[in-house]
Design a protein around this ligand. Structure first.
Ligand code: URA
Length: 234
């Protein structure tokens, strides 16, 4: 790894740690003004989503890189008020290099556009891990631990008003292993100081369409939180 890249990673990691401390109510560690100035300056390395994407580069940080065709960084507005976080790219996403473009993605797009009245381009859509796990297995602990700092960095850059976690893997990766999507969906929690609504994954809804009703309730909660109009009887 080039020294510049390594330094950028250390700085990004430090900043994530500080954001995490803040999110759980701890004062950030005290640093001298010169260190603080240095961190400010160095943070310019990953100030935008484009910076972050080029910083990630042709990532080989975990074993998922071996089987992927394309890294799926995420897409949407860098000023999105709402960020959807899924699990991992599937086959179609891997081929396209874009998140949620397969059948589950088509349903997610419908939920956003027909349900919530937003455009897909005005939200941001990404995943817990950026590379497809072999045979669509769940991402493993080490893969999640390696990739999640980049998701955190995306959230830090976008500063959304709401995060929507899609499904068990996203819920557990963000809220901890004890998180139970069936019991805890529909209840607000907080992640990096941002309100987070966990709901069912669209792939689950394709298998169990009866759960769409509950997901729609969760999306309406998000709409209310964003001050979007929820039509009566919707
Ligand atoms: N499922 C996910 O969790 N993410 C995608 O991008 C596609 C399907």
């Amino acid at each position: 790894m080039k020294p510049g890249t390594e330094l950028a990673e250390i700085v990004a990691h430090l900043k994530n740690l500080m954001a995490f401390d803040e999110s759980i109510g701890l004062d950030p560690p005290r640093v001298t003004s010169s260190v603080s100035r240095y961190l400010e300056g160095a943070s310019g390395i990953v100030r935008t989503l484009e910076d972050l994407r080029s910083h990630i580069g042709d990532c080989k940080r975990c074993k998922l890189s071996r089987g992927r065709k394309n890294l799926v960084f995420g897409e949407g507005s860098s000023k999105a008020r709402l960020v959807f976080v899924g699990e991992a790219p599937g086959r179609e996403e891997d081929l396209a290099g874009r998140p949620f473009v397969g059948d589950a993605g088509k349903l997610l797009t419908k939920m956003i556009e027909n349900g919530m009245g937003l455009k897909r381009e005005e939200v941001y859509i990404c995943n817990i891990v950026k590379c497809r796990p072999p045979n669509n297995r769940d991402p493993e602990k080490d893969e999640i631990a390696t990739c999640i700092p980049f998701l955190k960095e995306q959230l830090r850059i976008i500063q959304p008003e709401v995060i929507c976690a899609l499904g068990r893997v996203a819920g557990q990766s963000l809220m901890g292993r004890g998180f139970n999507i069936t019991k805890e969906r529909g209840r607000w929690v907080s992640y990096m100081n941002v309100p987070l609504m966990p709901t069912f994954h669209p792939a689950y809804l394709l298998r169990y369409p009866a759960a769409k009703r509950q997901t729609w309730e969760d999306l309406k909660e998000i709409m209310r939180c964003l001050g979007l109009e929820v039509k009566k009887n919707a």
